[in-house]
Design a protein around this ligand. Structure first.
Ligand code: NAD
Length: 551
């Protein structure tokens, strides 16, 4: 793309912008495009297919220039990655308001979006790409960790120690599974047809070891399970053969899931086609290949249902394998649930979800000090402590040092205020930015993921993310964004983001107290409205006002 060059965010306590709100937005935009962070920085693509941080390099330059000149009572408007106006507002207002990829309902299709994108009128903002708060692979790792921690709790356990998980798909996102399980102290066997994927994950320390021999793999994980030892073992094989074989052998597996690329049948290798012939066969006869892939997925899912029948915890991990297997003839494909209704929704009822922060100093020590502060603020939360400790040991920072953990309603503001005090006291060497991603309780309408199977059938109602964005704007966030199509694609989701800066001032403390209470509060509100008893309890216990909730 014209104008491409390597970008790295400035570090340290000196700013060139006139407020920390504007400086932070500029640094986080630049950080999203840091070659350590972005997948294809030259094309301004941060992650997730074509999720961009800015529409063009000219737009990027104009955003940076405008943020440096922006007065502390002005607001910059960004329309799908292009700066389009500066308006006089006030100090409490966001410094930046962003709208990405939004289209009117009947026009919200990929072909129409691509047409408009080619005309230079829009860009795909994904979730944290166009809202300038992506922090690299730590995000997916933590979400996966949190899911497995929830699975452990659902089994009445503190951790996964002594359990064996079976899964498949060790790719870009699925490769976080083995580390997420071992961080929860469990043993896991992960199947992938592509040996290079397993080798890559071993090199990156996301997977402990792999083998091509199933008997050997099973022996290793069973030993780990019986000793209560954390261990991840990869095995080269086709899940549509390996899962039924393990079921037939009666291997004592406690948890079963899958993250092969089942959402795209051409990216799932059917049995009977050699790995080396995959690409050629898929290109030669896409329809025939699709039918074979779906038939294999049916065998794969039937084995998962078989594990369910013998007492395992089984769930779909957001890759549409149930729907594809059903098309392939699996009659009981929907016998097991998706991961959000099964494990994440109870957390959403407490407003619990992603809470991430980055150190504008660039100094890892600042993050370690905030890790310590979180540990002290929430002394009872064993899974949180385990995550923070293991993340420090295993997660390498990409770009500005950052951290993510999950906190709920009436928790996040405590962390934000603590960080702000630490900045004020000089314990941290520069301000901290605090935001979240959009796998979130109150800011997402996404019927295939975050709002799948809502209790009242409100899966596709998209008023909620809009209310979330308006409320964050009114509460003092530093930048607020409204997106369409993140995660699951154009036409399938509407979601909102917020980021707020802890610069150590009194004003920042007031803004943080409001934003970090109200933002997760909308998650509790949304689930109260949908009729979830746990959300009602949380609203009553923690003092959330919901006018039509009977007292
Ligand atoms: P990817 O394409 O990078 O990896 C998929 C892996 O599956 C590859 O390594 C491939 O070799 C392997 N595979 C394909 N067919 C197989 C078979 N028959 N047996 C064994 N292995 C097989 O994809 P990814 O980015 O890791 O994403 C995986 C899936 O997870 C996608 O469908 C994606 O949409 C979904 N996903 C869900 C969430 C979530 O929120 N739960 C998040 C991200 C991705």
């Amino acid at each position: 793309m014209n104008g491409a060059r390597p970008v790295t965010a400035p570090r340290g306590p000196q700013r060139t912008a006139k407020s920390w709100g504007a400086e932070a937005a500029k640094r986080m935009l630049m950080n999203n495009l840091d070659p350590e962070v972005a997948e294809h920085p030259d094309d301004l693509v941060v992650y997730g297919g074509t999720g961009r941080a800015a529409r063009s390099w000219e737009a990027f330059d104009a955003i940076v220039r405008t943020l440096d000149e922006l007065e502390p009572d002005e607001t910059l408007l960004v329309q799908s990655g292009k700066p389009v106006g500066v308006f006089r507002t006030h100090e409490w207002a966001p410094r930046v308001l962003i709208a990405n990829s939004n289209l009117v309902g009947d026009w919200a299709t990929w072909p129409e979006f691509r047409r408009l994108e080619a005309l230079g009128l829009t860009m795909y903002g994904q979730m944290t790409a166009g809202s300038w708060i992506y922090i690299g692979t730590q995000g997916i790792l933590q979400g996966t960790y949190e899911t497995f921690a929830a699975v452990a709790r659902s089994l009445g356990r503190d951790s996964l120690a002594g359990t064996l998980t079976l899964t498949a798909g060790c790719g870009g996102m699925g490769g976080a599974q083995p580390l997420a399980v071992t961080m929860n102290d469990g043993a896991v066997l992960i199947v992938d047809v592509d040996e290079s994927r397993l080798a890559r994950r071993v090199a990156k320390r996301y997977l402990d070891e792999y083998t091509t021999d199933l008997d050997d793999a099973v022996a290793r994980v069973l030993a780990a399970k019986s000793e209560g030892r954390a261990l991840s073992v990869g095995v080269v094989g086709n899940a549509a053969e390996v899962f039924p074989e393990l079921l037939r052998r009666g291997i004592p597996i406690d948890i079963v899931t899958d993250q092969t690329s089942a959402h795209d049948p051409l990216a799932y290798l059917p049995t009977g086609i050699a790995f080396a012939d995959w690409k050629r066969e898929a290109a030669r006869d896409p329809e025939g290949f699709t039918a074979r892939a779906r038939a294999s997925m049916a065998a794969h899912v039937d084995a998962m249902v078989g594990f369910l029948d013998v007492g395992a915890a089984v769930f779909d991990y957001g890759n549409s394998i149930r729907a594809e297997a059903k098309l392939g003839g699996s009659e009981r494909a929907f016998a097991f649930p998706g991961f959000v209704p099964a494990y994440i929704r109870p957390l959403f009822c407490e407003g619990k979800g992603p809470f991430r922060w980055a150190a504008l100093s660039g100094d890892p020590e600042d993050i370690y000090k905030t890790d310590q502060a979180i540990t002290e603020l929430f002394p009872e939360d064993a899974a949180l402590h385990r995550w923070l400790q293991r993340a420090r040991e295993r997660v390498e920072f990409e770009g500005l040092p950052a951290r993510i953990c999950w906190l709920g309603y009436k928790e996040r503001h405590l962390a934000g205020l603590k960080f702000n005090e630490m900045v004020a006291a000089g314990e941290l060497s520069a301000p901290i930015v605090i935001g979240r991603d959009h796998l979130d309780a109150g800011s997402v309408a996404s019927p295939y993921r975050e709002t799948e199977a809502m209790a009242d059938g409100s899966d596709a109602i998209a008023d909620w993310p809009l209310l979330n964005a308006l409320l964050n704007t009114a509460s003092g966030a530093s930048w607020v964004s409204i997106h369409h199509g993140g995660g699951v694609g154009i036409g399938r989701s509407i979601h909102a983001g917020q980021v707020t800066v802890a610069d150590g001032t009194e004003l920042a403390a007031e803004k943080l107290a409001r934003v970090l209470t109200n933002d997760p509060g909308t998650g509790v509100m949304r689930h109260v409205d949908a009729g979830y008893p746990r959300a009602r309890e949380v609203a009553r216990e923690r003092g959330l006002q919901v006018p039509m909730l009977a007292t």
